[in-house]
Design a protein around this ligand. Structure first.
Ligand code: FES
Ligand SMILES: [Fe+2]
Length: 458
């Protein structure tokens, strides 16, 4: 039994946004600047979005053993994601119940308990208060559950990806993921054993609202312009525009790639149909990086016919798989958006490694070394272009009187945006249909009165 505490969002918790006209602020073809700049709307999002729906927290491979932990956030809430001494994954509030200080100040580690640095209260990694210094100084019963750490009441994993929500009425995670779940399966199943291990991250922080990153996560319209220098660099020695995302350069909407909206704010950009389906088809797209010819020759020498399918495991899968509000699978990376304030956001790119399931022989280490080179590619030479755009949008939105941003590319053109029998929506790669759809979900969540709760050990 766990002690549930209802924290239903009240008008006061909405930070004064109860009177906002959400249907005015977000219309079918446009959004008002206030949703990116208003601190009260940001504060409401930290309850209605980050808390009110499933948000990505961590990957199970980051806490493989009992008592492993890492510190993360859900919106602004500091959390300790821990595999407790009984193997259960929990998301504990990283906040001492005594005076509120950050309980655990490490990024990660392994511990059965956490001792508060301030006055020494000690908590088991189940969240239960284990003891306090000089307990004879308290008349109160310190076994009262209210002194145990708060924790996220619903924590669920989908094939290693750990999500959490405070909303007791949210759908089970797998139903919430819905049609994006089999797309995540495909991303995983190309790897041996159908899994990856998460490794260290490239960490960026930009001066702009978190939604600017999610709005861009499926945007195929900007690539040829915003990433022009990256495309030129990638293709400098390739001759015929063969490398990286060169397929965006001419008439991207005439190609087989497309976007698909799968519901609940989630979407998918599938660029795989642009590729040649053959061993080495993905590897052939990789732009020049140091040492790759050496690795390729060595793989051919060691593995013969298998060399190119093994090298494909090092290539970046050409997909963007986005789970609203804070998670993307891009290439071989997991990207996570962390709001910091209404005008500041962390964008973190975790690398992933393949694991030898008995079929890779001694290739795994070399494949992973090459995957680290792809970690140096887009995150360093592409993400900076995107972040420059986000910061410049935030600056542009300070022009108070010019109130709207538009997202109507593709809207109103017959047969361009298609709704399918399974409820998913597809459109050409440069269409903004994905954004119009995820804003419907944003608006639904902002209007709702979410049934939020925290829990504590009894
Ligand atoms: S704030 Fe943690 S023990 Fe006092
Ligand atoms: Fe981009």
């Amino acid at each position: 039994m766990t002690a549930l505490e209802k924290i239903n969002a009240t008008p006061s918790r909405l930070g004064g946004t109860a009177l906002y006209d959400w249907d005015y602020l977000v219309q079918e073809d446009r959004a008002h600047r206030l949703i990116y700049t208003d601190p009260a709307i940001f504060e409401a999002e930290m309850t209605h979005i980050f808390g009110g729906t499933w948000t990505y927290l961590a990957h199970e491979s980051e806490i493989p053993n009992d008592n492993d932990f890492i510190t993360r956030r859900m919106g602004l809430r500091p959390l300790i994601i821990v595999r407790d001494q009984n193997g259960k994954v929990r998301a504990l509030y990283n906040r001492c119940t005594h005076r509120g200080t950050t309980l655990c100040r490490w990024d990660k580690g392994n511990s059965k308990s956490f001792q508060c640095p301030y006055h020494g209260w000690n908590f088991l990694n189940t969240g239960k208060l284990r003891g306090v210094p000089w307990p004879e100084g308290y008349a109160a019963d310190m076994r009262d559950p209210k002194y145990n750490l708060a924790q996220v009441p619903r924590v669920e994993s989908y094939r290693g990806f750990i999500f959490g929500t405070l909303n007791m009425d949210a759908l089970p995670l797998v139903e919430h993921l819905g049609a994006i779940a089999p797309i995540i399966d495909e991303w995983l199943d190309r790897n041996p054993g159908g899994k990856v291990v998460v490794c260290e991250a490239n960490r960026f922080r930009y001066k702009g609202n978190w939604k600017l990153a999610y709005d861009n996560s499926c945007d195929g319209y900007h690539v040829a312009y915003s990433h022009r220098s990256l495309l030129e660099t990638e293709n400098r020695f390739a001759g015929d525009n063969a490398k990286g995302m060169a397929y965006y350069k001419n008439s991207p909407d005439s190609l087989a790639m497309y976007m698909r909206y799968t519901g609940h704010g989630n979407h998918f950009k599938d660029k795989r149909p642009n590729l040649e389906k053959r061993p080495g088809g993905l590897w052939a797209l990789e732009s020049a990086h140091p040492g790759m010819e050496h690795y390729e020759a060595d793989f051919i020498r060691r593995f013969g016919d298998r060399a190119f399918s093994l090298l494909d495991l090092a290539g970046s899968e050409p997909v963007n798989i986005n789970v609203f509000p804070n998670f993307s699978l891009l290439g071989n990376h997991i990207q996570v958006f962390e709001p910091v304030s209404v005008e500041e956001t962390n964008a973190i790119w975790y690398g992933t490694m393949v694991v030898d399931d008995g079929t890779l022989g001694d290739a795994a280490t070399d494949i992973n070394a090459l995957r680290m080179r792809t970690q140096e590619g887009f995150p360093n030479f592409g993400e900076v272009d995107d972040i420059a755009n986000f910061e410049q949008i935030q600056r542009g939105l300070m022009a108070l009187e010019d109130e709207w941003v538009y997202m109507h590319r593709g809207l109103g053109i017959p047969d361009r945006v298609k709704t399918h029998a399974d409820g998913t929506i597809t459109a050409p790669a440069t269409d903004e249909a994905f954004m119009r759809e995820h804003f419907k979900e944003w608006k639904r969540l902002m209007k709702a009165r979410p049934n939020l709760a925290i829990e504590r050990e009894p």
